[in-house]
Design a protein around this ligand. Structure first.
Ligand code: CU
Length: 377
C-alpha cells in the first residue's frame, strides 16, 4: 500500500541516515541536497541561509576525534536571500588571503644562495596555521594551512639544487611536511622517524628544517603526515612541489591546479569540490589564455574521502606527462584520472578562440563546484 507523501518519513527521499528527523525545521548542508538543488544547472541552489551544519557532528570533541576527525566548524549562513552555492564571485578572497585566479600562476621560488663549491641552496619558511577560509559563498571552513593558504604555496626549484625548508608549527595540532621525492627517511616528515634528529612529528610551537636534494624532476607534492592522516589532508595541509629539469622546459603559460574538496559538515564525505579551493571559481572567473600559445598545467589530486578524481577538457586535446618525470608525453588525450597524490603535467595549445569548459568527469564533483572555463583570446 502506498504511503501518502505527507506521511512518509523522508518524503523527498533526500535525507540521509545521519540527518535530523523530519519536522525539526532543520535542513542539512549535505552533498545530496546540493546535487538535488541542481547547482550546476541553475547556478543557484536552495539558499544557504536555509542550510545548517549537522549539529550532531559538533556535539563534542570526543565524538569527532574518536571517529578520526577533528573538531572544527562550518557555517552556512548565507546572509542574503539569494545566496548561492555556485558563483565564486561571492567569496571574499581578501579575507581568505588568497585568490584562485592569482594562485594559478603563483610560484614560490624561495630564496637562493651559493654553497661553497657553487651549488645552489634554495630555502623557504613555511608556517602551519589554523585559519577559517571561505570555500563557497557563505560556506566557511575551519582549515589547517601552510602559510595561510589552501593549497599551500607552490614550491618550485630546479633539479640538482639543495633544498632547505624551515617548517614552523604555529598551529594548535602536531603536523609535519612530507615531501614526495628522493630523500633520507629522517627528512620524510613521518611521525616516529627522525625523532632523534628533531624530525618526526612537530609539536605546536616546534620547528624543523627539512633538507634534501631536488630530485627527480617532475610535478610532485607535499602534505602533512600526522595521524589521522585523512583528517590532516582533508583540512588543507598540502601543496604542489615542482622540480624543473636542469635544462628547463620550453617557454609556456604555466598554471598550477590542485584538485581538492571540503567536508564542511564533518560526515567524511565532501560537499564542495574545486580546483584551488573555491568551488565554481573558474566558472565565474574564466582562465584567460592566448590562442596558439603553449599552456602547461601542473595538475595534482589531493581530494580526501573519494577514491578518484579526473580532469577533462572540452574542444581540445593535451599531451599528458604522468608525474612530469619524462620529457616525452605518454599520450594525447582529453581526460586524465588520478587517485589521491597522483599528479601530472599537461601541455596544449588552443587553436580556436572561445570559451572552453574543463571539469571533473566524475560529474558529481563538477556539480559540486569542480568546473570552470578557459577563455581563449
Ligand atoms: Cu597535520
Amino acid at each position: 500500500m502506498a504511503i501518502p507523501t505527507s506521511q512518509r518519513h523522508d518524503p523527498d527521499g533526500l535525507r540521509g541516515p545521519d540527518e535530523p528527523p523530519a519536522g525539526t525545521g532543520k535542513r542539512v548542508f549535505s552533498r545530496r541536497r546540493l546535487l538535488a538543488g541542481g547547482a550546476l544547472a541553475s547556478f543557484s541552489l536552495p539558499a544557504l541561509h536555509e542550510l545548517v551544519p549537522h549539529e550532531g557532528l559538533h556535539g563534542g570533541d570526543g565524538d569527532a576525534l574518536a571517529a578520526g576527525g577533528h573538531r572544527g566548524h562550518a557555517t552556512a549562513t548565507g546572509g542574503h536571500e539569494h545566496a548561492a552555492f555556485a558563483g565564486g564571485a561571492g567569496v571574499d578572497h581578501a579575507a581568505n588571503g588568497f585568490d584562485p585566479s592569482a594562485m594559478l600562476r603563483d610560484f614560490d621560488w624561495g630564496k637562493t644562495r651559493r654553497l661553497p663549491g657553487g651549488r645552489v641552496l634554495r630555502e623557504w619558511e613555511i608556517h602551519a596555521r589554523d585559519r577559517e577560509i571561505e570555500v563557497a559563498p557563505g560556506v566557511h571552513y575551519a582549515a589547517w594551512t601552510y602559510n595561510g593558504r589552501v593549497p599551500g604555496p607552490t614550491l618550485r626549484c630546479r633539479e640538482g639544487e639543495r633544498l632547505r625548508i624551515r617548517f614552523v608549527n604555529a598551529s594548535t595540532h602536531p603536523h609535519t611536511m612530507h615531501f614526495h621525492g628522493v630523500h633520507s627517511s629522517f627528512m620524510d616528515g613521518v611521525p616516529g622517524i627522525g625523532e632523534g634528529t628533531g624530525g618526526g612529528e612537530i609539536e605546536p610551537g616546534g620547528s624543523f628544517d627539512y633538507e634534501f636534494d631536488a630530485e627527480p624532476f617532475g610535478m610532485h607534492l607535499y602534505h602533512c603526515h600526522v595521524a589521522p592522516l585523512a583528517a590532516h589532508i582533508a583540512k588543507g595541509l598540502y601543496g604542489a612541489f615542482i622540480i624543473d629539469p636542469a635544462r628547463g622546459r620550453p617557454e609556456a603559460d604555466e598554471l598550477v591546479m590542485v584538485m581538492n574538496a571540503f567536508d564542511t559538515n564533518f560526515d567524511f564525505s565532501n560537499e564542495v569540490y574545486a580546483v584551488n579551493t573555491v568551488g565554481f571559481h573558474y566558472q565565474h572567473h574564466p582562465i584567460a589564455v592566448h590562442r596558439d600559445e603553449l599552456v602547461r598545467i601542473y595538475l595534482a589530486n589531493l581530494v580526501e574521502y573519494d577514491p578518484i578524481n579526473s580532469f577533462h577538457l572540452h574542444g581540445n586535446f593535451f599531451h599528458h606527462y604522468p608525474t612530469g618525470t619524462s620529457l616525452e608525453p605518454a599520450e594525447l588525450t582529453d581526460i586524465v584520472v588520478q587517485g589521491q597524490a597522483q599528479r601530472c603535467i599537461l601541455e596544449l595549445r588552443f587553436p580556436k578562440p572561445g570559451r572552453y569548459m574543463f571539469h571533473a568527469h566524475k560529474t558529481e564533483f563538477a556539480e559540486l563546484g569542480w568546473t570552470g572555463f578557459f577563455e581563449v583570446g
